[in-house]
Design a protein around this ligand. Structure first.
Ligand code: AMP
Ligand code: ZN
Length: 479
C-alpha cells in the first residue's frame, strides 16, 4: 500500500504524492524556548518524528526543518523577570530541548532556524505583503488584512464574513471565533533594541509577530511550495491559517500540499498546557523512575489524531510493556532473514495514516509467534526504524554457559541458585539499564551496574550496539 495521510486541507485521507519524489520537504513548528518543553509538546514532536521515520522507511529522502521561536512576548517577559538577556534565557532552554530530543530518540532535523537570525527574510516577506496591498502600517506596526486574502479560512474553516474591517490583534494567540487582522511587525522602543529585543525595519524599530517566522524560514529552507507542514492541532488557527495567508499572499503560489496536525495530550480530560499549570516535563517523569522511551511507547499506543489522556498508571503500563519487550529481545539470536508476513502487515499499518496502535499490535503478534528468534530480531529491527524504541541497542543473544554455583547477589532475594532464564532476564535488564545510564551521561551509576554484572559471573563488553553480556564457564573466561 502506498502512503496515505490525512490532510487537514481537504479533511480527507489522501495518497501522498511528493512534489519531487523521492524528496520530501517537511516543516514542523518548533518550541518557544522560554521554559522546559512539556510532555504534551513531546507528544506532537514524537508524532512528527514517527511521520518522518515512516517516510524514510518508505524510501523517501526527507528534508526536515524545525524552527526555534527565540523571540516573543513570553520570552521577553521571562527574561525581564530573571533580569537576564533574552539570548541567555533562550540558549538555556534550547540546549535543554536538544538534550530531551536525544533522550526520546527523536531524529534530528536538517535545520533548526532561529527566528532572531532570520529577521531579514521576514522583513522581505512583510514588505512584499505591504506592496501587494495585503498588509498595512499603523503606528509603526504592520498588520495583515485578512479580508484582502480571498482564501482566508481555508484550512481551519474559519468564516470571516461579517468581520469588521480594521479590527486587529497584537497578540499571537487568539480565538477561532474572533478572526482579526493580525500583526506581522510590532512597533517597539530603542531601549528594546539595545537589549536585542527589537530590530530596525522600514517602519521603525520593532520585532516580528510569531506567524511570520514560519512563513519566512520555511521559504528559506524548503522553497515557496513544499510537501508537508505539521504541528499540534491548536496551531490550526490562527497560526497555520495565518502562515498560509502570508505565504500564499506574498508568493502567489500554493504554500503546502499536506497539513497534518497532531491531537492533544490531556490530563484529567483537559489539554496539558503551561498556562493551565497542569504540565509535566521529561525531568518530572525521570524523577519518578520512568524511562523517556516509556513515554514514547505510551504515545505509540494512541493514533496521532486521537486525544490521549495521560495517567501515571498508563505510563507505568507502557514502561512494563517496553521492559518485557526488551527482556524478550535480549534472549533472541542474531538477526537473520525477517518474518515477511508480519513486516508486510506492519508496512500497511504504517502507510494507513500512521496507524501506530495497529503497527504495535502486529509487532507483538510477531514477538509471540513461532518464528525463529533470529527472524524476530531482524523484523524487530526493521519495525523499530519507525517506532524508535531503541531496540537495536538491546544486547545480542546472551551466551549461556553458567557454572552451577552462580548466585545473583544482592539483586534479588535469592539465596538459592538462580535458574538460567532468571539470570539471563536480570542480566539483560541490567545491560539495558547500563546503556540507558551511559546515554544519559551517568557513567558512575553505569559502572556500578557493570560491577554487579561481573559479580554475577558475567563477562561484560562494550560493543557498537551497546553492552554485551556473556556467561561462560570458568575455564574459558580468558578468551
Ligand atoms: P509551543 O511551544 O507552545 O508553541 O508548542 C510546541 C508544539 O506542541 C506545538 O506544535 C503545539 O501545538 C504542541 N502542543 C502544545 N500543547 C500540546 C498538548 N497538550 N498536546 C499535544 N501537543 C501540544
Ligand atoms: Zn509555525
Amino acid at each position: 500500500m502506498s502512503m496515505q495521510l490525512y490532510n487537514y486541507l481537504s479533511r480527507k485521507v489522501e495518497e501522498f504524492k511528493p512534489i519531487n519524489s523521492p524528496k520530501v520537504g517537511l516543516y514542523t513548528c518548533g518550541p518557544t524556548v522560554y521554559n522546559f518543553v512539556h510532555i504534551g509538546n513531546w507528544r506532537t514532536f514524537i508524532f512528527e518524528d514517527v511521520l518522518k521515520r515512516a517516510l524514510l522507511f518508505d524510501g523517501y529522502k526527507v528534508k526536515h526543518v524545525m524552527n526555534i521561536t527565540d523571540i516573543d512576548d513570553k520570552i521577553i517577559n521571562k527574561a525581564k523577570e530573571e533580569t537576564i538577556p533574552i539570548n541567555e534565557l533562550t540558549k538555556e532552554y534550547t540546549d535543554a530541548f536538544f538534550a530531551d530530543l536525544g533522550r526520546l530518540n527523536i531524529l534530528p532535523a536538517d535545520e533548526y532556524p532561529q527566528a532572531t537570525e532570520h529577521i531579514g527574510q521576514m522583513l522581505k516577506l512583510i514588505s512584499s505583503l505591504v506592496d501587494k496591498g495585503l498588509a498595512y502600517v499603523k503606528d509603526g506596526s504592520v498588520y495583515f488584512s485578512i479580508t484582502k486574502f480571498k482564501d482566508y479560512g481555508k484550512l481551519s474553516g474559519t468564516n470571516i464574513k461579517g468581520v469588521k474591517a480594521g479590527a486587529r490583534v497584537d497578540v499571537d494567540e487568539y480565538d477561532k471565533d474572533n478572526p482579526q487582522d493580525f500583526v506581522l511587525w510590532k512597533a517597539s522602543s530603542e531601549d528594546a533594541k539595545v537589549r536585542h529585543e527589537a530590530f530596525d525595519s522600514p517602519w521603525g524599530v520593532g520585532r516580528p509577530g510569531w506567524h511570520i517566522e514560519c512563513s519566512a524560514m520555511s521559504k528559506q529552507y524548503l522553497g515557496a511550495t513544499f510537501d508537508i507542514h505539521t504541528g499540534g492541532v491548536d496551531l490550526l488557527f490562527p497560526h497555520h491559517e495565518n502562515e498560509i495567508a502570508q505565504s500564499e499572499g506574498a508568493t502567489g503560489k500554493k504554500f503546502v500540499n499536506v497539513w497534518m496536525e497532531g491531537e492533544h495530550l490531556l490530563i484529567n480530560g483537559e489539554k496539558m498546557a503551561k498556562r493551565l499549570g497542569n504540565i509535566f516535563t521529561l525531568a518530572d517523569i525521570a524523577k519518578r523512575g520512568f524511562d523517556p522511551l516509556a513515554l514514547r511507547y505510551l504515545f505509540l499506543t494512541a493514533h496521532y489524531r486521537s486525544k490521549l489522556n495521560f495517567t501515571w498508571e498508563s505510563l507505568e503500563a507502557a514502561q512494563n510493556a517496553l521492559l518485557n519487550l526488551k527482556r524478550e529481545v535480549s534472549t533472541w539470536d542474531e538477526p537473520k532473514i525477517g518474518c515477511a508476513e508480519f513486516e508486510g502487515k506492519f508496512k500497511d499499518a504504517v502507510a494507513d495514516d500512521l496507524d501506530m496502535p495497529k503497527a504495535l499490535s502486529i509487532f507483538w503478534e510477531m514477538v509471540k509467534s513461532d518464528y525463529p528468534t533470529s527472524a524476530k530480531r531482524q523484523s524487530a529491527l526493521v519495525m523499530d526504524e519507525v517506532f524508535g524504541l531503541g531496540l537495536s541497542l538491546v544486547p545480542k543473544a546472551l551466551k549461556i554457559n553458567v557454572h552451577e554455583n552462580v548466585r545473583v547477589k544482592d539483586l534479588v532475594d535469592a539465596n538459592a541458585p538462580m535458574n538460567q532464564t532468571d539470570i539471563v532476564n536480570i542480566a539483560g535488564e541490567l545491560a539495558i539499564k547500563r546503556d540507558e545510564l551511559r546515554r544519559a551521561g551517568k557513567f558512575g551509576e553505569a559502572d556500578k551496574i557493570r560491577q554487579e554484572l561481573i559479580g554475577m559471573g558475567a563477562v561484560v563488553k562494550d560493543t557498537g550496539s551497546g553492552t554485551s553480556v556473556e556467561f561462560r564457564s570458568d575455564t574459558d573466561k580468558n578468551d
